[in-house]
Design a protein. Structure first.
Length: 420
């Protein structure tokens, strides 16, 4: 494939799809990986993450050929648009990529550049591992109890973006249809009204739950919890729950067991060869994140529920500034931190790059480089536990050394090399 303004590295090889049915990849020892540094603080955290990920790859006998691509402000400078085809095509072709935070400017033609990338590439699972790093201040007594991985559906629910604005002809047509054809006019108050549609499909549900179960099995997790509001939204969120259980039984019946069967057949003692699939009501689950943290491993849920819950869980381990994330499709991964672009700190070499570094850790795991991924996590923890931190953590702890973004990355690299 040819690109307008993107340079393909002369060294390195393309990651290819080894098995179309499973989405498994064939990863060379020196893969070409597209990277978007991002807007605002992306100019600081992007290079910091690159440095750490390169060190982890090299420490385990591999290397990465970075392919710089553009979105947001950098794309406007290079192309005069926010999301050029070059960027989408490069991530599609090379399959695994990482990006920093992006800001969607007013009037950009997108609700969100992040969402646009996910939708164009059909990256349907937003994955957020949430775990405490020793030394990070937390508002809860036992933050180490939090070790969950959230699988949040990326393409349906509120992110489908199907809605009509109050006062428009379109919303009046929908209102008339609902009142006249569907007989639910008594549910609509008089006056201006905005209407949205919340699609939940069997297809979208099952491919998300499949990703969650596969992850749980591959990483020796004990359970997958389907989180929904099916007691009220019976035909959307209730259907998500039902389709999730159906998928587990149809495709993984030999290795999964429901919570009810666990108690009925095994008196609550989980067999070593069984993954428990259970479900919880969304509002109750937000409470149980705090009160029964250790009872949950992998969470599979719809978009809005997942947004609320993963952010709430992130607060328990010290905030979104250190929270990593990634978006998975079939044989594709785009890693990205959860935090925003914080433009007022751009270029100051002061912000915490941990979230982007740990997002890169998810990317390394996706490549099958689990040894390199473990090195990244251990080196980050070693650095923070030693109280060598950026300003945001330094102001919350006693003592320690305040480091710039680049210095913090250098210290992590030192620890990667020490731990290798």
């Amino acid at each position: 494939m040819s690109y307008d303004k993107v340079e393909v590295p002369s060294e390195g090889e393309k990651i290819t799809l080894a098995d179309e049915e499973t989405g498994k990849l064939d990863v060379p020892e020196q893969p070409i990986i597209p990277i978007i540094h991002g807007d605002g603080i992306g100019t600081d955290v992007g290079p910091a993450a690159q440095k750490v990920l390169e060190a982890a790859a090299e420490a385990t006998g591999r290397s990465i050929s970075w392919m710089r691509v553009y979105a947001g402000a950098s794309a406007r400078d290079e192309y005069g648009e926010n999301l050029p085809d070059d960027t989408v095509d490069a991530i599609r072709e090379f399959r695994v990529a990482i990006k920093g935070p992006l800001t969607t400017p007013v009037g950009a033609g997108f609700r969100s550049l992040n969402v646009a990338l996910r939708q164009k590439l059909d990256l349907y699972a937003n994955v957020r591992p949430t775990y405490h790093i020793d030394g990070v201040p937390s508002p809860v007594k036992n933050p180490e109890a939090m070790d969950m991985v959230f699988f949040r559906e990326n393409t349906e629910d509120v992110y489908a973006g199907i809605e009509w604005e109050a006062g428009t002809g379109e919303v009046e047509e929908v209102k008339e249809f609902l009142a006249g054809e569907m007989g639910v006019g008594d549910k609509l108050h008089d006056g201006p009204i905005g209407i949205g549609v919340k699609p939940i499909t069997e297809f979208g549900t099952k491919r998300l739950v499949r990703q969650a179960i596969e992850y749980a099995l591959e990483n020796d997790r004990d359970s997958v919890t389907l989180v929904h509001k099916g007691n009220i939204m019976k035909f959307t969120e209730g259907a998500f729950r039902d389709w999730g259980y159906e998928l587990a039984e149809e495709e993984y019946g030999d290795v999964t067991i429901t919570e009810d069967a666990l108690w009925d057949e095994y008196d609550g003692e989980q067999p070593a060869d069984k993954l428990v699939v259970k479900d919880r009501i969304a509002d109750n689950m937000l409470q149980q994140l705090l009160t029964r943290t250790g009872q949950y491993d992998v969470i599979a849920t719809m978009n809005l529920n997942g947004d609320y819950m993963s952010d709430a869980a992130g607060a328990q381990i010290g905030g979104l500034g250190i929270a990593p994330g990634a978006n998975f499709g079939d044989g594709r991964c785009l890693a990205e931190p959860v935090h925003g672009s914080a433009p007022k700190y751009a270029g100051e070499d002061k912000v915490n790059p941990t979230a982007m570094i740990l997002s890169g850790r998810i990317m390394l795991e996706y490549l099958g480089w689990k040894d390199a991924a473990t090195l990244v996590r251990d080196a980050v923890e070693e650095t923070i536990a030693s109280k060598e931190v950026t300003y945001d953590l330094h102001r919350q702890i006693d003592g320690g050394e305040k480091l710039a973004t680049s210095e913090f990355a250098d210290k992590i690299v030192e620890n990667v090399e020490k731990l290798a």
